[in-house]
Design a protein around this ligand. Structure first.
Ligand code: GLC
Ligand code: CA
Length: 544
């Protein structure tokens, strides 16, 4: 168990993301809930994770699955109540697992009391909690667009003004320029710390300091000022782990966010590698093959530029991304090998790894008829592109590849009805491959993806080089091999991963031929021949 009273404990941690709606239902209504999570804590303890990033469970109309918060200090009845939340925090902590709450501080739901008050009149004390501009109906202040489609401005007749929203119209943006907004949010965060949570994941954090008159959404001029204020008012008061979602981060900005002095956050989620398999200038739906060599260089740049000067978060999956084994691996014949290979590639690096529910089982994407998708982003995309005359087949290809619902199908626990997720009808279809891919089968099989992740997590606890070592990219131009070294003064680690089903050769660097194989997805991993999707992690003490 990590000592969480030690500053920087999260540098050794591996965290696990739960998307509560799809994790475990306990009462047969087809929707995952807090009680369900409590029942699965033993499973997470077995895996060996140190914390749970819990996607939103707050009271919410669920327009964006809880990322539209109506009350930050109440649990949505669909998920349970505050008593169960406290039990979850306590029971998790007993197993060495911290609860990290997902905090949506850029916007609230339009059903939040603040927004309902704000709409009543211009001199209501809450009016200035949101971003308003004058205008006339039909003529928004400018032509900014919202992320989920449509204009970023909506008219409220009662106050004869437009409010600004970067996401759905039901997600009005908070006005961070108002010190009272910031104070209210910090008080709320402190209240959660009192309840025993040990960290926060901050939703679209780089978009809080928006200046719509200047078309600024991400990285607004006052962003770092706000973060430092929030950090001093909340985060630095306890040894919290904090991770900000920052689609617009580059390594230079990430060094500010994750400065070792703790003045802002512990780390950020950046998405540079996750945006490589889309056409330049296009959207994620505009598909392109992964530029492999560029992907390696991108990881290497982040590893090097943050080493000693910041901190990386490591992830390939989350609730907004398709399943990595379907995306960069092979979800058919080599599903198990490629899932393990991708895990090795990521968990060998410096940073805090995140595992998204089901990733540890090698869960895959799903293909559904469009009526069965639930995600508003996917449905908006479908409507817009079909209306624009894009052929159905092409639109569906984008949906199959990139829809957020790929990651939101219910967790596959066993080969029983609804994969053991619910005794009722699941809110979203279960992937039909659950008979083969499920936690019960994985637990029983020593060679499963699950046990491979378990070993990777255990290694991070054992080997300082995994936590502290620097990073050197090898075979930079090789079109199939991703190889790198990690080094401290005492130890060295060599990671070699083959991205593809063709056999290939890679001569290990000199002196590594007889090094200890810590982990591999093939038995007898020796020599220079690399089999389909092979991965090896080698170790040696450094000699001078
Ligand atoms: C973040 C969340 C995503 C949500 C959006 C708006 O990107 O991860 O799920 O839709 O913010 O809150
Ligand atoms: Ca339920």
């Amino acid at each position: 168990m990590l000592d969480k009273t030690k500053p920087g404990w999260w540098r050794q941690a591996v965290l696990y993301q739960i998307y509560p709606k799809s994790f475990q239902d306990s009462n047969g209504d087809g929707i995952g809930d807090l009680e369900g999570i409590i029942r699965r804590l033993d499973y997470l303890e077995k895996l060996g994770v140190d914390g749970i990033w819990l996607s939103p469970v707050y009271a919410s109309p669920q327009v964006d699955n809880g990322y539209d918060v109506a009350d930050y200090c109440a649990i949505d009845p669909m998920f349970g109540d505050m008593e169960q939340m406290r039990t979850l925090i306590r029971e998790a902590r007993r197993r060495g697992i911290s609860i990290i709450m997902d905090m949506v501080l850029n916007h609230t739901s339009d059903q939040h009391r603040w927004f309902r008050e704000a709409c009543k009149s211009r001199d209501n004390p809450y009016h200035d909690y949101y971003v308003w501009r004058d205008g006339i109906p039909g003529q928004p202040p400018n032509d900014m667009r919202a992320t989920f489609g449509g204009a970023a401005w909506d008219w409220v007749p009662g106050v004869k003004q437009y409010y600004f929203h970067q996401f759905a119209p039901q997600q009005p943006d908070l006005n961070w320029e108002n010190p009272e907004v910031r104070r209210s949010l910090y008080d709320m965060l402190l209240w959660w710390v009192e309840q025993g949570v040990e960290g926060f994941r901050l939703d679209v954090m780089d978009q809080i300091a928006k200046e719509p008159d200047r078309y600024i959404t991400a990285n607004g001029p006052r962003l770092h000022e706000y973060l430092r204020e929030m950090s001093a008012s909340v985060f630095q008061k306890s040894c919290l782990v904090t991770v900000g979602e920052a689609w617009g981060a580059d390594p230079e900005r990430a060094r500010l966010y994750s400065a070792p002095d703790g003045s802002e956050l512990s780390m950020v989620f950046q998405f540079e590698q996750m945006e490589l398999d889309q056409q330049p200038g296009g959207e994620k739906w505009d598909l392109m093959d992964l530029p492999f060599v560029e992907m390696k260089r991108s990881f290497a740049r982040w590893q090097t530029e943050l080493h000693g000067r910041g901190w990386n978060s490591l992830f390939l999956d989350n609730h907004d991304l398709p399943r990595i084994v379907s995306r960069w691996g092979d979800d058919g014949k080599y599903r198990v090998q490629s899932a393990k290979m991708l895990a090795t590639m990521l968990h060998g690096m410096q940073g805090t790894p995140y595992i998204y529910q089901g990733e540890e089982l090698g869960m895959t994407n799903i293909r559904l008829p469009i009526e069965d998708y639930r995600d508003l982003e996917t449905l908006n995309l479908y409507r817009t592109r079909i209306a624009a005359g894009v052929p159905e087949r092409e639109v569906m290809a984008s949906v199959y590849a990139k829809s957020r619902d790929n990651a939101r199908t219910p967790m596959q626990w066993n080969d029983g009805p609804a994969a053991g997720f619910t005794t009722g009808t699941p809110w979203m279809p279960v992937n039909p491959n659950y008979r083969e891919i499920n936690a019960a089968a994985a637990l029983a099989d020593e060679n499963s993806v699950f046990h491979y992740y378990r070993r990777l997590i255990a290694l991070r606890k054992k080997l300082p080089v995994l936590v502290e070592g620097d990073f050197v990219l090898l075979a930079e131009d090789d079109p199939q091999i991703f190889a790198y070294l990690r080094r401290t003064g005492e130890e060295e680690l060599l990671v070699v991963c083959s991205f593809g089903e063709e056999q290939t050769r890679y001569a290990l660097p000199e002196g590594w031929e007889n090094a200890e194989v810590l982990l591999s997805n093939y038995p007898e991993a020796v020599g220079s021949l690399f089999r389909p999707w092979e991965a090896r992690m080698l170790y040696r003490k450094r000699t001078c």
